[in-house]
Design a protein around this ligand. Structure first.
Ligand SMILES: [Zn+2]
Length: 193
């Protein structure tokens, strides 16, 4: 038990991922998460060590700072695509811009109800995609695009980078003519970022 260092940290400003203590000495409360028995701060905020009740929490420094949660609809940019997974850098949550940087993972089984052969037919790096957070298991935001409002909202040609146009269910690059595939949202190309 190391109460001294914990006491010193109480009231201090902490950053996401900053070590606050261990579960042997504290019960992790709001604004924290636990990994391998160690309690970390989830947000930028002021740490509060309640030594009496042995609770540790972090109060967000900026009011209304949003952190993605299960059930949130988020907007992000596709950063990496593999056959079964795509990673998405989340920059907006429920229409509010984020101050932090969060990454989510979209698995091929969460794209749509119908079978999807490859993630490369769903999205490509650089695309803007709207998803839903379905779980945050193991500190990873798992995303879904199963609803028809969800999916790619802006897609860019993998050959020339121009924005793809949707015409009669076909995604086509107006500049080079390349035809590509995406899992698009109902309002593809019309949304405000
Ligand atoms: Zn093109």
């Amino acid at each position: 038990m190391n109460l001294k260092s914990s006491e010193q940290k109480s009231g201090q400003v902490v950053l996401p991922g900053e070590r606050l203590g261990v579960i042997e000495e504290f019960i992790p409360d709001s604004g924290t998460y636990v990994k391998d028995g160690i309690i970390y701060s989830k947000v930028v905020g002021r740490a509060l060590m309640d030594l009496l009740n042995k609770r540790v929490s972090v109060y967000p420094l900026i009011r209304g700072v949003k952190v993605p949660k299960v059930g949130s609809t988020v907007l992000g940019q596709v950063s990496n695509v593999q056959t079964e997974n795509a990673s998405v850098r989340i920059f907006k949550i429920d229409d509010e811009s984020l101050s932090g940087l969060f990454t989510g993972v979209l698995h091929i089984s969460d794209v749509q109800l119908r079978y999807v052969e490859s993630m490369f037919n769903v999205c490509k790096p650089g695309d803007i995609i709207r998803t839903n957070i379905i779980s945050e298991k193991n500190r990873v935001y798992h995303l879904s695009t199963k609803d028809k409002d969800l999916g790619v909202v802006y897609a860019f040609c993998s050959q020339c980078g121009y924005m793809l146009e949707l015409k009669r269910h076909v995604m086509r690059c107006p500049r080079c003519g390349k035809i590509e595939k995406r899992k698009i949202a109902l309002d593809y190309g019309k949304g405000i970022l």
